[in-house]
Design a protein around this ligand. Structure first.
Ligand SMILES: [Zn+2]
Length: 344
């Protein structure tokens, strides 16, 4: 009797395994859930945490009251922000009153055209009027280049066997991203400011926008006093190496010190990575300081840029960080900043 029971159990278990294996053989078509995860940060405040390889790329989020919603950042693509607008509609019936751009980089402004079409005001740093539709072209290949990359990905997909599902899914997602990029019209914010604060009211809820230098020189953050939440955009990254292409690390470290001093107990929604605490912001600040110290020493030791890039390896404590492809560019950007040759 016991043997029969065990046999039945074994058969059931192997059936389950077969079903699971079969499930994995099915190619999974790309879908909205692949783009971001909605995380509740406080009452009416949500972070939309981007998933790797999806259409969101950078984090976004929203702040709601009974009377209105403020969307912070517009993701990488129009489709991703439309997915967020749908998700907002599932949480509240209040209308979207404002969108905010934390900075110009495409992974935070790629959905601007959706809000422009809805006649929702888009608020950003005044520098965006110079950079949004010009410097962003470095992140948005032209139509011919997008078509070339798409044809290449389609060719690879056709040559990939049906049972190489991971590879096929990756290529399908790449094609989906390229199609989405082709649909972007770089779109300026409609209202800007460059210093001090800008206060937004949605019903009883107040949201204070402010700027800090360091990441691009045109960054806007949002503080929600009644919930003690700060949306930092790319001024803070959680367990993720940053993009320093436009950065001035020398300004960035004091900006993070100010952020930690002004909001010591806040919850932080970073530009990349999960919802963060002050300790996470401090860890990121210390990464920048560590980078600064290592590169400064390399220069003092007479290392050339190429030698510094080869010899300065990422310290062990950052080995679990995402975006490790930025490790070497971080050395180069820091080196050039310290030499005064960045952007020249
Ligand atoms: Zn970003």
């Amino acid at each position: 009797m016991r043997t029969t029971f065990v046999t039945v159990l074994l058969i059931l278990t192997s059936l389950c395994l077969v079903t699971t294996a079969k499930f994995h053989i099915q190619p999974t078509p790309p879908k909205a859930e692949d783009d971001f995860t909605l995380v509740k940060v406080a009452d009416g405040i949500y972070a939309a945490i981007a998933k790797p390889g999806g259409l969101a790329s950078g984090n976004a989020g929203f702040i709601a009251s009974d009377e209105g919603v403020i969307v912070f950042d517009t993701f990488y693509t129009p489709t991703a922000i439309k997915e967020l607008i749908t998700a907002i509609g599932e949480q509240t019936k209040a209308p979207i009153k404002y969108a905010v751009n934390s900075h110009y980089h495409l992974d935070h402004t790629g959905g601007n055209q959706v809000f422009a079409a809805m006649k929702v005001p888009i608020i950003g740093h005044a520098k965006l009027l110079e950079w949004e539709t010009t410097k962003n072209k470095r992140f948005l290949p032209d139509a011919a280049e997008l078509a070339r990359r798409r044809a290449d990905a389609v060719k690879q997909l056709n040559e990939t066997p049906a049972d190489a599902t991971d590879k096929r899914t990756q290529l399908e997602r790449q094609i989906r991203r390229l199609d989405e990029l082709a649909s972007i019209t770089l779109t300026n914010p409609t209202e800007t400011f460059s210093s001090g604060t800008r206060k937004l009211k949605i019903g009883k809820r107040e949201v204070i926008l402010f700027t800090l230098p360091g990441h691009t020189g045109g960054d806007v953050l949002a503080y929600v006093p009644d919930a003690n939440v700060v949306f930092t955009g790319d001024m803070s990254w959680r367990k993720t190496l940053p993009n320093l292409v436009d950065a001035t690390v020398n300004d960035w470290i004091p900006s993070l010190d100010k952020l930690l001093k002004d909001y010591p107990t806040a919850k932080f929604v970073p530009g990349h990575g999960e919802v963060a605490t002050a300790d996470d912001v401090r860890e990121f600040r210390n990464y920048l300081e560590n980078l600064h110290t290592r590169v400064q020493k390399a220069i003092a030791d007479g290392l050339t840029l190429d030698q510094a890039k080869q010899q300065l390896t990422l310290p062990e404590q950052y080995s679990s960080f995402a975006f490790k492809n930025f490790a070497v560019p971080n050395i180069e950007d820091m080196y050039k900043e310290l030499q005064g040759t960045k952007g020249k």
